[in-house]
Design a protein around this ligand. Structure first.
Ligand code: 2P0
Length: 318
């Protein structure tokens, strides 16, 4: 049996919306940071029938079933017993599906000696959950069209720009509307959807330049803009998607106060009420202390940039 570890990632230029047709292809390019400090560990083994056990609970998981069905068209895989554990809340806007599918594909690759390249593992992980394509890679990762097809790639190694992260957890329960359903709702109903897709391509180019140049001010501006546009898109869907709570808004205000005081920090928020503060190297301690006292914050989790998905006993992260 093979055991793999993967971390969630946090998008700084967001993915929200799929292309019509097969392959789970996003409608927009995205850029993320992979986050150490939160992890999914997944073990796979040949079994009598397929089964999925998440945090000790046996579940039916249609996304896992879809991925295994697609992989079996290309590879001779036996029925699989899949055991996965998250050391953070599942389905609460902390990207558990990203780390989950990155770990699952990495474990399957090792157990059945498929000899997939990181890009191939990323493409399979994308079939399970598009954001998972980015968690194959450590540091700064992208999922974007390249040479005529969609590809996950590493943009910059984690040690080249060791940003810090503080996650303000404001609600540990699972989100009311899953991301796949929410983004389809936005595609089908928001009058802003086309503008979102168009403008995200420009945001992606700007953010890639900001990361390459390690320009924190430019990255802050484009990442906060992408985040706010995502939530405007969600709010303009029918029925409206509102993932925030009062503590989310209070945490944004706390981060704005820090910015006004000269701290290099910006916020981003996904399909959930947690606020993620991205900090320049050395700024995480002060940001964590203030966010921990922000009204309604249950706890803060500090993180650094993490490695890509890898085997549990592998000394060399990919
Ligand atoms: C992202 N999110 O780029 C965006 C920002 C949430 C908000 O990717 O349908 O779980 O499995 O491909 O990847 C969440 O969506 O969706 C997500 P599927 P996924 O991180």
């Amino acid at each position: 049996m093979a055991t793999a570890i993967a971390h969630p990632n946090i998008a700084l230029v967001k993915y929200w919306g799929k292309q019509l047709g097969p392959g789970n292809l996003p409608a927009t390019p995205s850029l993320s940071i992979t986050v150490a400090g939160l992890a999914t560990t997944t073990r796979v083994e040949a079994a009598e029938r397929d089964s999925v056990c998440i945090n000790g609970e046996v579940r039916r998981d249609t996304k896992v079933e879809g991925l295994l069905g697609a992989m079996r068209e290309d590879f001779d895989l036996p029925p699989l017993g899949i055991h996965t554990r998250n050391d953070f809340p599942t389905g609460a806007g902390l990207a558990s599906s990203a780390s989950g599918f990155a770990a699952l594909v990495t474990a399957i690759d090792a157990e059945f000696e498929l000899r997939l390249s990181p890009q191939e593992r990323s493409a399979w992980a994308r079939r399970g959950s598009a954001s998972a394509a980015r968690s194959i890679f450590g540091g700064f990762a992208t999922l974007a069209p390249r040479d005529g097809h969609w590809s996950g790639d590493r943009l910059l190694a984690k040690d080249s720009w060791p940003l810090e992260l503080v996650i303000a957890v404001t609600d540990e329960t699972a989100k009311p509307v899953p991301s796949s359903e929410g983004m389809e709702r936005s595609r089908a109903t928001s009058p802003f959807y086309e503008a979102w897709c168009r403008s995200t391509e420009a945001d992606f180019e700007t953010a890639c330049q900001a990361v390459t140049k390690r320009d924190f001010g430019l990255l802050s501006a484009v990442a906060e803009h992408s985040c706010m546009k995502l939530h405007a898109l969600m709010l303009s869907s029918r029925p409206a998607l509102l993932y925030w709570n009062q503590a989310t808004i209070a945490a944004i205000a706390t981060i704005r106060r820090l910015q006004d005081a000269g701290t290099s920090v910006f916020y981003t928020i996904d399909a959930g009420p947690q606020v993620k503060a991205v900090c320049a190297p050395g700024q995480g301690g002060g940001v964590a202390a203030l966010l921990a006292r922000s009204p309604g914050v249950l706890r803060v989790v500090r993180g650094a940039l993490g490695d890509g998905a890898r085997l549990a006993n592998s000394p060399q992260p990919s």
